[in-house]
Design a binder for this molecule. Sequence first.
Ligand code: NI
Length: 402
Amino acid sequence: MESIGAKAKALNETIVELRRELHAHPELGHDLPFTESVIVRELTKLGLDEIKSGQGQGHGVFATLKGKKPGKVLALRADMDALPIQEETGLPFASTNGNMHACGHDAHVAILLGTAKLLADAREELAGTVRFIFQPSEETVNGALSMIESGALENPQVDAIIGLHTGNIWDGLEPGQIGWRVGPMMASTSTFSIVFEGKGGHGATPHLTVDPIVIAAETIVQLQTLVSREINPFEPAVVTIGKILGGSAFNIIAGKCEVHGTIRTFAPEIDGFLKKRIRETAEGVAASMRGRAAVAFTVNLAAVINDKTCALKMRDIVASSLGEEWVREIPLPSSGAEDFSFYLAKVPGAFFYHCSTFHCSGSSSEGAVCNYPHHNSKFDVNESVLWTGSGAMAAYALRWQD
Ligand code: NI
C-alpha cells in the first residue's frame, strides 16, 4: 500500500493550485467570504460528516470526519487571513486588491484542505474523529476565541489539537521540514498604550507649559531598563515601543503625546510584573515632570506552550511516516505570538513550524530567488514542499492514538 507520505507528495500540485487561488484573493480579519467559499467548495467534494460555515464572526469554517474505527477526537487548525500590505512579489498569481498573504496563511488553508483529502481517502483505517478548523483573524488575534465560542472544540468534545505555521519563523530548518519543540514555542503578547498629558503652549516659552513629548521621551528611556535591570537574564522578555504620536508643528508644545508598545514573555507572572512596572514607571516619570500618564493594556495573548506528549508524537510520526529527514527539533522558542494559545487553554496540543523557504543561490543583486521575512511585501513560500505539511498532519491524525 502506498504510504501517506507518497500520497501527500502526489497531491502537491492540487495543494499548490489551491494556494495560488487563495493567494490571488487575500482577505482580512473576519471578513473572508471568498476564502470561506473555496474551503466549503473543496470540503464538499470529500463527503465529510459535517461542514459548518458562517462560524466565528461570520466566515470561519469547521468540519468533521468520522473514521471507521472508534477513537478520540483530534482537531487540526489552519488560519485563513491576510494582511493590509501591497504585494510586490511579481508572481503571476499576485494579489491586486491591496491586501496580501504575506504570512503564508494561504498555504495553511491549502495544506489543511490537502490533509482533509488525504484523511477522507483513508477513512477506512482512521480511528476516531478529526475536526478541521479554518480560523479567521489570526493576525488581529481574536479569531481563535471566536471559533471556540462557535463550538469548534465541541460536539464531539475535542481531545487534542495541532496546528502549524509555514514560512521561515526559525531559519535552521530545511525546506519541507517539520520543526517541533516541547514546552515554550511562541511568546505571550500584551499590548499597551500610554497617553501623556501636559499643558500645550508656545515652543518659545517652555516654562509656561508642561511638555508631554519630553515626558514620553524620558519614560521610553526608563522603560529600556525593565528587562535589562529587573528581569532575571535567564527569563526571556521583550518590551518594545513601536509607535509614538505627538505634536503638530516645530514651534508648538503639544498638549498630549501617545506611545504604543508590546510585551513578549513566556510566563504570566513576568507579563504581570512588566505591566505593573510599565504603569509605575510611566505614572512616576509623568508625575515627577508635572504631567500625567494614562496607561492601558489591550491585547492579552497567552504563550503557546507545547504539550510534551503531543510534540514528541509529531517527531516520531513524521520520522516513521515521511522519513527522518523531514523532522527537526527547534532549539529556541520564538518571541512571535499566535492565538493558537486559546485552543491550548482548552485542550492539550502542540504547534509546529513547516519550513517553506527557498534555497538561495547567487546574490540577490543578481536577481536570485531568496527569502523575505514574514509580513514583507515580497514574502513567498516554496510551493514544492507544501505536501510535507499535509502529510505530517494526516499522518498524525492516523497514528496519534497508536
Ligand atoms: Ni502568520
